[in-house]
Design a protein around this ligand. Structure first.
Ligand code: BDR
Ligand code: CA
Length: 313
């Protein structure tokens, strides 16, 4: 019998963002998942831009999924964006013409709740930005974790090698209270942290070659990522790191995860030097239940093959 395989329903919370864009192109391309929509966070830049960027990327890729705008600010404290990495508009300030489509009227947090109920026990939720929308959804529907089949979070720095302060990674540091709510609420989630990202860079020279050989998606991505790549090359050298793309490949194709450590993890919401840090109980001192499957390593060749495919190479 020729029975086609049922696709896994997928929802992505994201703050595009140059590396979010690469992750989204990868998700658009995936044959085994049914993308239900994009819920949009503020983070890399303000919500107005992250929503506009998501809509534009969908248009460029020819993908017609609903886009839901979420919270414009963190739950409790104001936070600085990452426009110095992604450009003032979050997409490299290329002055692109706005997408024709508008976002949906429904709030991102309500869309998360509704879709988790509609696809109860099946939904793959991937977060690529600050966790504000998901935390709000959890406050409105505390039973949410029991409805979601798998949560994959890009965030944290599991031995304290941060990228936004000494110990903290951007997505967590932007809204630590939200991350704390999420990390406490989900009994188990997969975490792709900044330190894993640093172990999975790929050469700028290779990436430039893929961009040159790719299709319209590669052409658009070349433009929006140029400033960030130049900034990255000056700061981090020969390798380009796409945090959200690594999280996405681990979400879409978990078979490529070659090492995962399951440990308790929490979020520091206070501390003069450590707000937003994500301490991991590596030596099981606390007796707390292990809530995070920390992705330590991923098949690098498979990761790069996915990136090439989503650029049309
Ligand atoms: C994360 O922060 C953002 O700047 C990126 O989009 C990524 O989600 C990396 O720390
Ligand atoms: Ca992001």
């Amino acid at each position: 019998m020729n029975e086609s395989k049922r696709k896994i329903p997928l929802l992505i919370d994201t703050d595009p963002g140059v590396d979010d864009a690469l992750a989204l192109l990868m998700a658009f391309e995936d044959p085994d998942h049914q993308l239900l929509g994009l819920t949009i966070a503020a983070g890399n830049v303000g919500l107005k831009h992250t929503v506009a960027n998501a809509l534009k990327l969908c248009e460029i890729a020819g993908v017609d999924v609903p886009v839901y705008a979420g919270c414009p600010v963190p739950l409790v404290h104001e936070a600085e964006d990452a426009a110095y990495v992604h450009g003032l508009d979050g997409f490299g300030d290329t002055n692109y013409s706005p997408a024709a489509r508008q976002p949906e009227a429904e709030h991102a947090a309500l869309a998360i709740i509704r879709l988790a109920k509609q696809y109860e026990g099946e939904l793959l939720l991937v977060t690529l930005g600050p966790l504000t929308n998901l935390a709000l959804a959890l406050r409105l529907d505390p039973a949410l974790p029991s409805r979601i089949a798998r949560l994959v979070v890009m965030g944290g720095a599991v031995t304290g090698l941060g990228n936004t302060s000494i110990p903290a990674e951007f997505n967590i540091a932007f809204d630590p209270e939200a991350a704390d709510i999420v990390f406490r609420a989900f009994p188990r989630f997969d975490l792709v942290d900044w330190e894993a990202v640093l172990r999975h860079g790929f050469l700028h020279t290779d990436f430039e070659d893929w961009l040159a050989r790719g299709d319209a998606r590669a052409h658009f991505y070349d433009g929006i990522s140029r400033k960030t790549r130049e900034w990255s090359e000056g700061k981090r050298g020969a390798h380009w790191h796409s945090a959200d793309a690594l999280a996405m490949v681990a979400a879409l194709a978990p078979g490529g995860i070659t090492r995962r450590e399951v440990r308790p993890i929490r979020v520091e919401t206070e501390g003069r030097l450590s707000r937003g840090a994500t301490p991991v109980d590596w030596s099981q001192r606390t007796g707390q239940a292990a809530n995070a499957g920390i992705v330590m390593d991923y098949d690098q060749a498979a990761f790069e093959a996915r990136i090439r495919a989503c650029l049309g190479v």
